[in-house]
Design a protein around this ligand. Sequence first.
Ligand SMILES: Cc1cc2nc3c(=O)[nH]c(=O)nc-3n(C[C@H](O)[C@H](O)[C@H](O)COP(=O)(O)O)c2cc1C
Length: 228
Amino acid sequence: MPITSFRERLRALPVLPDGLPAWEVEELADLPVRPHQLFEQWFDETVAAGATGPHAMTLSTSDGHGAVRARTVILKDLTAGGWWFAGHASSPKGLDLAADPRAALTFLWRETGRQVRVAGTVTSHPDDGAADFRARPDVSRAAGLVDRQSQVLGSLGEHRAAWAEALDRVRADPDLVAPTWTAWRLDPIEVEFWQSGTGTGQTRVRYRADEPTHDATRTTWTKELLWP
Ligand SMILES: Cc1cc2nc3c(=O)[nH]c(=O)nc-3n(C[C@H](O)[C@H](O)[C@H](O)COP(=O)(O)O)c2cc1C
């Protein structure tokens, strides 16, 4: 029988590949002490599995009055402190983070059947943002120089003209940095690792900080299995 409705077409789609191995966690103590280590290990394995854009992640923020927004951003680094990303401080995400620094990151890695959720508090680092900006290719610097992100645009021509003008400026001055560009670091309170195993269901492990401080050198994380 032909599949016709959208609902049926959705149901017919595979979500994850076949043949995913089960994540057997015998002893939580055998897992890395800090979630950063397990994240890096899972990330490298996902890259080795041929993933496209594993460093693209969903950033969820709130405006301080309960309105929630999410969008994709690129992971720029992972340090002892936390997970780094960059963008305009003047954008909706930047205004949200200024109003309420609590945020969440979600990674979906289909190729390895994994999801990682990171929740915590974000701090802004304009100097690191400037370094990030300078390291971008000319076309990306030009795009970044055209601020007003997420404001209403009258026509595509208007943007193209602004972009062309910005490209001339960045080519003339390699040190030119968009004044609103910043880097943010999310220091985690909680990191959850979710692994699907074909035929075995899911295994979930959460790392939880004992108290809500953001100590980059913290080694005391509580590790817990979660019901899937
Ligand atoms: C794959 C991908 C990567 C992106 N990376 C970034 C990024 O690193 N920084 C950024 O500010 N926006 C990035 N964007 C654009 C954002 O998703 C979003 O459209 C933009 O930042 C405006 O968001 P806001 O209105 O919530 O501030 C990316 C979008 C996609 C699809």
